[in-house]
Write a protein that binds this ligand. Structure first.
Ligand code: SAM
Ligand code: SF4
Length: 356
């Protein structure tokens, strides 16, 4: 068996315990008894939008994209997904950057959906290309899309995304619904930006048979454009919705994936999700890992530690070598995350690289 050096990005991870060369018995069970079942795969760090909280246009030179040769090929992604599926991962979320700008994305969805053990392939997208891609993606095996839509005002949408086209995204959402994809909408809730539109965003989503979701703003390295007082907490989002909808009741769905969104229902049974990454950590039942477009496996969105699976694969590593690298990442998975503003110990990685 080839010896493979495990390069690490960010903090150094402990090598997996046990005999050198042995494959851990349960590589996807972490030190806090959390079982990994879900892998988020960023397929590109590029994007056709420049959202102000994610990849602001004025980052200029600070924005450097991965060169093509460093990005995982479809064959490499499919091989890694196959290894993960063999270990028990059942759900893959494709993200980015913007996943739909990766050439051949429909083909990639088909390859991943065909991996034995993978039960669900889903995608997070800005929706700009969904009008034409929804049907082929569905046919290839995609089950659901989360579409980012932060405002229903076309001018504000254009400004917020630097180049986005709201009407086009809405056509994309309609196409996704028509194709039979389950649809959720995502909005980063920001005071002074869209706090006056929370109900309108809900009603828009409900009118399309979609589930609206609101995300607390996370001050990732480039997302610190917004001051703390622009951030709306999940409690504030909920209170603002309850002021118009009446009391919301916890609407957890039995057997649902333990995702980061807390689900609520209004008195008519309509569902809304609130993702409280900042004020109400969802770390205790975290069941996910994140793979960047360049093959860095991150155990946590809120820490920079990573193991390069690409280097294992390109170094001629066997599947057992990949499993050992995955186990190193899972072993190093922290109890919870840290999001602190500049000067603190928060993550320096970019949201565009990790994919949310
Ligand atoms: N391009 C796709 C999209 O926009 O949906 C997928 C990638 S994007 C990084 C994934 C999610 O992260 C989006 O829903 C986006 O709103 C969210 N996001 C980006 N930056 C964020 C930030 N600073 N705080 C909270 N959510 C953020
Ligand atoms: Fe692009 Fe999505 Fe980031 Fe917006 S949130 S800049 S669409 S990757």
């Amino acid at each position: 068996m080839s010896r493979v050096h495990l390069p690490v990005l960010g903090a150094l991870l402990q090598a997996p315990s046990g005999l050198p060369g042995s494959v851990p018995a349960d590589p996807l069970l972490d030190a806090f008894a959390r079982r990994i079942r879900y892998l988020r795969v960023s397929v590109t760090d590029r994007c056709n939008y420049r959202c102000s909280y994610c990849m602001p246009e004025d980052l200029g030179d600070q924005l450097t994209f991965a060169s093509r040769s460093t990005v995982l090929t479809f064959e490499e992604i499919t091989r890694l997904v196959t290894v993960f599926a063999g270990l028990g991962v059942r759900k893959i979320r494709l993200t980015g950057g913007e996943p739909t700008v990766r050439k051949g994305i429909v083909d990639l969805v088909g390859r991943i959906a065909a991996v034995p053990g993978i039960e669900q392939v889903v995608m997070t997208t800005n929706g700009h290309l969904l009008d034409e891609l929804a049907e082929p993606l569905r046919t290839a095996g995609l089950a659901a899309v989360n579409v980012s839509i932060d405002t229903l005002d076309p001018d504000k949408f254009h400004t917020l995304t630097s180049r986005g086209d709201l009407a086009r995204v809405m056509r994309g959402i309609d196409a996704a619904v028509a194709a039979g994809l389950r649809v959720k909408t995502n909005a980063v809730a920001l005071r002074g930006v869209n706090d006056g539109e929370l109900l309108a965003l809900c009603e828009y989503a409900w009118s399309r048979g979609a589930v609206p979701r609101f995300i607390e703003h996370m001050p990732m390295s480039e997302g610190q454009l917004y001051a703390t007082d622009a951030e709306l907490s999940s409690a504030q989002i909920r209170a603002a919705l309850e002021a118009v909808l009446g009391p919301l009741t916890a609407g957890e769905r039995p057997g649902a994936d333990p995702g980061p969104a807390r689900h609520w229902r209004d008195r008519d049974g309509r569902e809304v999700g609130i993702i409280s990454a900042m004020t109400d950590h969802f770390c205790d039942d975290c069941n996910r890992l994140r793979l960047t477009a360049t093959g860095a496996l991150h155990a946590c969105l809120g820490h920079d530690d990573a193991v390069s699976l690409r280097d294992v694969v390109r170094g001629g590593g066997s599947d057992d070598d990949v499993i050992r690298a995955i186990a190193a990442s899972v072993t190093g998975k922290r109890a919870g995350h840290v999001f602190e503003r500049t000067g603190g110990g928060g993550p320096q990685k970019h949201m565009i690289a990790i994919g949310g």
